[in-house]
Design a protein around this ligand. Structure first.
Ligand SMILES: [Zn+2]
Length: 280
């Protein structure tokens, strides 16, 4: 009897130890705020996109760029492949290209029906698949991140995305959704464990009007308590003035507040294992 009690006790002790070890390695909280730039709607790599990407390089920061696969020409394919090889000092790409839908079409006016909203499972699956295949077959890049056109999705979209095991990150805007996610954890509200296959990142600045630094400064006290923020931008529509404002915002985070810029999948990797994020 005594022997069984000892075995029982040892088993209990061992499992308790294993659980606590796992908790320890999973809590990879960054030391400061992580800023993730979500730059949408790349098709052609025109002058504005080239200027934006050069700015990322010059400022030693990085961004995720959402690609609309159907809008990418052969010339742009070569350019995207070239840009994909430009690395930060830590080895991660300066630009993470990600799946922003296959054609980004509004099927009915006023966003009543978009690529991943009010369409059926087969339609969404086909479009998701076309975009993922464009990435692997034409760009020779694997997209690990998704963001729906207009950030509009529905519950079935979750089931569609889960068919693609390579997707680690989903960027969304919670206020437009009328359902709750079950298998996706947001690091703003949940501890991410090494065993969590997917994360969801919620957008903080959806349409930062003309990139007004005042809004960023005003919200910093709240933002700095979050593990990360996502800023959605559309560089293709910027003029000189907005490029200048973007630079002010970058310096606000980087120089004044020592924030770390990461791409979505880089942040995922950071949460899942200790990776070097210094000097990006
Ligand atoms: Zn878009």
């Amino acid at each position: 009897m005594g022997k069984y009690l000892i075995i029982f006790f040892l088993t209990f002790l061992l499992s308790a130890l294993l659980v606590s070890c796992r908790e320890d390695v999973s809590l990879n909280s960054p030391d400061g705020l992580v800023v993730i730039l979500k730059a949408d709607d790349l098709g052609e790599v025109d002058a504005n996109w080239s200027r934006f990407i050069q700015k990322l390089i010059d400022d030693s920061i990085c961004a995720g760029i959402g690609v609309i696969s159907n809008n990418v020409s052969n010339v742009a394919i070569t350019e995207i492949q070239r840009i994909n090889n430009i690395k930060q000092k830590n080895g991660y790409p300066v630009v993470e290209f990600w799946n922003h839908g296959f054609d980004h079409k509004d099927l009915k006016p006023h966003d009543e029906q978009t690529e991943f909203f009010n369409t059926n499972f087969n339609y969404q699956h086909a479009h998701f698949n076309l975009a993922q295949h464009f990435f692997t077959d034409s760009l020779h890049i694997t997209s690990h991140t998704f963001g729906a056109p207009h950030n509009r999705t529905q519950l079935i979209t979750e089931k569609v995305i889960e068919k693609f095991s390579e997707i680690n990150v989903w960027q969304n805007y919670g206020k437009t959704e009328k359902y709750s996610h079950t298998d996706w954890k947001d690091p703003k509200y949940n501890v991410i464990h090494d065993t969590d296959q997917r994360i969801i990142l919620s957008i903080d600045y959806l349409s930062l009007h003309n990139l007004n630094i005042g809004d960023i400064e005003k919200n910093y006290a709240i933002d700095s308590k979050k593990p990360y923020i996502v800023i959605q931008i559309h560089p293709a529509a910027w003029n000189d003035e907005i490029f200048q404002k973007f630079e002010t915002i970058v310096q606000f985070y980087k120089q004044s507040h020592r924030a770390t810029f990461m791409t979505p999948n880089q942040y995922y990797q950071f949460l899942h294992k200790k990776v070097n994020v210094a000097d990006n």
